[in-house]
Design a protein around this ligand. Structure first.
Ligand SMILES: Nc1ncnc2c1ncn2[C@@H]1O[C@H](COP(=O)(O)OP(=O)(O)O)[C@@H](O)[C@H]1O
Ligand SMILES: [Mg+2]
Length: 588
């Protein structure tokens, strides 16, 4: 049995999982001791029963009968107590391992570079951190320890049988291969079935996750029926995958039951026959003991198969979780330069960059921004404006060229120091399901409520926030869908302003807001950009007119650079863009 599983069982992987129990040696020991005591108690029962029948009853000894009966009750109670401790310890260990591993997984994921996330499905990552970890916990609560306890029990039962009557014992052992073979077939089938189950669960998760996130699109384009049909198909596959495991289960257990009955029948018949043929050998007590011992040997055997599945499933899950833990997908953080507040001089020199190898997005971008300067980047959608920002805060590393802040390559700074100095306000503001205050401070304990309010007053959003039910304690619920995009934008401005960054980036921050919010935002953005280097990416050229310098980006190249006036005078791409917008606005 052990050798059997040796092939299918990845010992290295298992050791790695087991290593997570190292912080809990006492519980580990407690579980082991409980398992051993459990075994001792369970083999005592048939032995006492044999004594009761062969000695106390046969020789009509009332006192002994009472003593043995009490002993039996004591043993049974001891067994229950050990079982209780065993279950509790094993589960405690499992839950602790889950907790530790899940924390590590999250720490690992939260440090991955952006590229990792654009290549992975949210559903899969959620499954890894929730369902898969549950399975790993079951290795301890239902898999490994119970298998060890069962093996102990079976070994003990076999030994006692041999000791009581070796002929009957051999008879029982003769039937073992049948059940072993059935167990092996069962395991193999279950392993394949469970891999399919995991895949289907993962599919189901990603699908639901995605549709809920994109519910507006689903409903706007009346895709409900189509999506429901797709879901029905995925669900069907999921059901079939599970049913396969159920089918194997419902087949295996009756077979095991029949084999057990067969063994009991054989022993009773053969043992009884011995007694009849050879009068004088008193065997009835032994027969009773054997019935219990056969149960002790065969029942765990059936469950071992079941436990083995749990173990197997946990190992599949562990393998997947370790794959993420082993993924090296962080932005190299080798810099040592720590600067609390930079001056804010930016320079890009011949920067080439591609998200995917062979598909270059930026083709040698060069520009300079002096400390305190206000520059604007304009250009069509997909020109590479946001990409420049992604590179500045090192969400991605460049292919060639250099990006410097205050004269030092951005890789010389620690990532934390670099990003602390740059605040970005995006078009699509992400809010956590939390209060406004926590969304602004991002739960930084160093930022007090007073500071938040003072900052809000300075940039002119205090009144708006106070007007919300609950003010700063207003809970924005998931993804901030209770607020308009303009309102979310204002919160994002405050979030950026609170950090007093050296460099402020507004990436189309004013693109999708109403006129009223726009005024507030205009006011806020003037305040926020005051006295610091800022980069404004905007569609509406009206908002960039005042910039010290305007960069015109086209297909990953800087095609023009200058002030509003000088660019208009050039009569190039910018002036065409401006005229087109100006005309469009005239119409209204
Ligand atoms: N994470 C990404 N992976 C691969 N390609 C991307 C990614 N983000 C943007 N791109 C591509 O890079 C180009 C520039 O995108 P972006 O910088 O977002 O443009 P802009 O902000 O000017 O509209 C586009 O062709 C876009 O498809
Ligand atoms: Mg963009």
């Amino acid at each position: 049995m052990e050798k059997e599983s040796g092939k299918a069982f990845d010992l290295y992987l298992f050791k790695r999982v087991l290593a997570f129990t190292r912080p809990y040696p006492i519980t580990f020991l407690g579980t082991a001791v409980a398992a051993i005591l459990l075994t001792l108690f369970s083999i005592l029962t048939p032995l006492i029963l044999k004594e009761i029948i062969d000695v106390a009853i046969t020789q009509k000894e009332r006192d002994l009968l009472l003593t043995l009966s009490l002993a039996m009750v004591g043993v049974l109670i001891g067994q229950v107590v050990c079982q209780l401790l065993f279950t509790y310890y094993a589960n405690w260990l499992g839950e602790s391992v889950i907790k530790d591993m899940r924390t590590r997984l999250f720490r690992q994921m939260i440090g991955f570079r952006m590229k990792y996330f654009s290549n992975s499905s949210i559903g899969v990552l959620v499954t890894r951190s929730v369902a898969d970890l549950q399975r790993i916990g079951e290795i301890f609560s239902q898999g490994f320890f119970t298998i060890v306890a069962d093996l102990l029990k079976m070994l003990a039962a076999s030994a006692i049988m041999l000791w009581l009557n070796w002929k009957l014992a051999l008879l029982v052992f003769a039937i073992l291969p049948v059940i072993l073979y059935a167990t092996r077939l069962f395991q193999r089938a279950m392993k394949v079935a469970f891999i399919e189950v995991r895949a289907q669960v993962s599919n189901l998760n990603s699908f639901v996750q995605e549709r809920i996130t994109g519910m507006k699109i689903v409903q706007l384009f009346t895709r409900e029926l189509v999506e429901a049909e797709k879901f029905r198909q995925i669900n069907e596959k999921h059901k079939n995958a599970w049913l396969k495991t159920v089918w194997y289960n419902s087949f295996f257990f009756p077979v095991a039951e029949i084999v057990t009955s067969l063994a009991i029948g054989l022993v009773v018949w053969y043992g009884g026959l011995q007694n009849i043929l050879d009068v004088g050998t008193e065997i009835s007590g032994t027969l009773f003991a054997f019935i219990l011992l056969i149960e002790m040997l065969f029942r765990p055997l059936r469950q071992i198969a079941d436990k083995f599945n749990t173990l197997q499933m946990g190992m599949v899950a562990a393998n997947r979780v370790f794959k993420i833990l082993d993924t090296e997908s962080r932005i190299e953080d080798l810099g040592t330069r720590e600067v609390a507040h930079m001056q804010g001089a930016i320079s890009f020199e011949k920067v080439h960059f591609s998200y995917e190898p062979g598909e270059e997005i930026l083709h040698g971008i060069s520009f300079k921004v002096n400390p305190g300067e206000n520059i604007a980047i304009v250009g069509a959608t997909g020109a590479g404006k946001s990409t420049i920002i992604n590179l500045l805060n090192r969400f991605y590393d460049i292919d060639s060229g250099t990006i410097c802040l205050d004269g030092h390559d951005i890789r010389e700074y620690t990532l934390a120091s670099l990003r602390r100095n740059i605040a970005v306000v995006l078009q699509d503001v992400f809010l956590f399901a939390d209060t406004i205050a926590n969304n602004i401070s991002l739960v930084d304990p160093q930022i007090t409520r007073e500071e938040i309010e003072a900052a809000a007053r300075q940039i002119g959003v205090h009144e708006f926030i106070s007007s919300l039910p609950g003010g700063y304690d207003y809970n924005v619920k998931e993804r901030g869908s209770m607020l308009s995009s303009g309102q979310r934008q204002l919160i994002a401005f405050l979030r950026a302003y609170m950090r007093n960054p050296s460099i402020l980036v507004l990436d189309e921050a004013t693109s999708s807001v109403d006129t009223y919010s726009e005024q507030l935002i205009q006011q806020a953005s003037e305040k926020v950009t005051e006295g610091r280097t800022s980069i404004i990416i905007a569609h509406r050229l009206a908002t960039v007119k005042k910039a010290d310098k305007i960069l015109v980006l086209e297909k990953g190249e800087v095609v023009e650079m200058g002030t509003h006036q000088s660019l208009l005078a050039q009569k190039g791409y910018y002036s065409k863009l401006y005229e087109a917008q100006f005309m469009a606005e005239e119409v209204f």
